[in-house]
Design a protein around this ligand. Structure first.
Ligand SMILES: [Zn+2]
Length: 249
């Protein structure tokens, strides 16, 4: 795998082209009666709480992890590996949670590369899905994503937990009720943030029960879009190297 991981390298490797192809942008599930619960901005101190809640109910979800945001991904190596081993989908939310549409070509690649490398080191899986912070992207971001074999993942149901101002628990729950009531013909691809206590403790348990009652199947984003979660998966992760911590800045 050394050859392949060396091949996916820093931005300067890639050349910006006005005619380059653009990565696909996914906003919907393709199958009705499916819901993809997604959680952004981790890993965080809540990661194990969510993991246990989902596993107890045999639900698979998708996590868009940052490198350095609320915490550093290298402070949560075992959390991320356990989440992956349990069958949850691990995807990139890029390194620093910068607005990618404001960055240069090389900066965009570096934000993607550092995160892809961290997840690869920790899990042995090379991710194939990326959610741009704030849902913000332009053609340059899509070009970079295409070259890195990434699909951009947005959402069609925002719980509003990271809105300005954030929705209250009752408001977020009402948004789940409305998505279910609308029938969501393309399935429900959600946006939640594991860094909000009310999301973890109140809104998601409520939403799970409501969605179950309405007959929804809980799937990963890869399953709900019929696209690959990973470019490849090694049988084991890399041995933990304390020097990785130096990237937590
Ligand atoms: Zn985010």
């Amino acid at each position: 795998m050394l050859f392949r991981s060396a091949f996916i390298f820093l931005g300067s490797f890639f050349v910006l082209s006005s005619s380059a192809q653009l990565a696909q942008v996914v906003t919907n599930c393709v199958n009705p009666k499916q819901v993809a619960l997604t959680f952004d901005d981790g890993p965080y101190s809540s990661t194990q709480i969510i993991r246990q809640m989902l596993n107890l109910q045999n639900i698979k979800a998708t996590f868009f992890y940052n490198g350095v945001n609320f915490d550093c991904i290298y402070n949560h190596i075992s959390d991320v590996y356990q989440m992956y081993s349990d069958g949850h989908q691990i995807s990139s939310h890029t390194w620093n949670h910068f607005d990618l549409a404001t960055l240069s070509w090389d900066e965009i690649h570096n934000q993607m590369y550092l995160t892809e490398r961290a997840i690869y080191r920790i899990t042995g899986a090379q991710v194939a899905m990326m959610r741009p912070p704030f849902g913000s992207y332009n053609d340059q971001v899509r070009q970079a994503s295409y070259l890195r074999n990434q699909t951009l993942i947005i959402w069609n149901m925002d719980s509003g937990d990271a809105g300005v101002p954030p929705k209250t628990t009752e408001q977020s729950e009402a948004l789940y009720d409305a998505a279910i009531a609308s029938g969501s013909p393309g399935g429900i691809l959600t946006l939640n943030h594991e860094t909000h206590n009310t999301t973890v403790n109140d809104v998601i348990p409520y939403a799970i029960q409501k969605l179950k009652n309405a007959g929804y199947d809980f799937v990963t984003v890869a399953e709900c879009s019929n696209l690959p979660a990973y470019q490849w998966q090694d049988s084991s992760p890399q041995p933990v190297d304390p020097s990785w911590q130096s990237e937590c800045v």
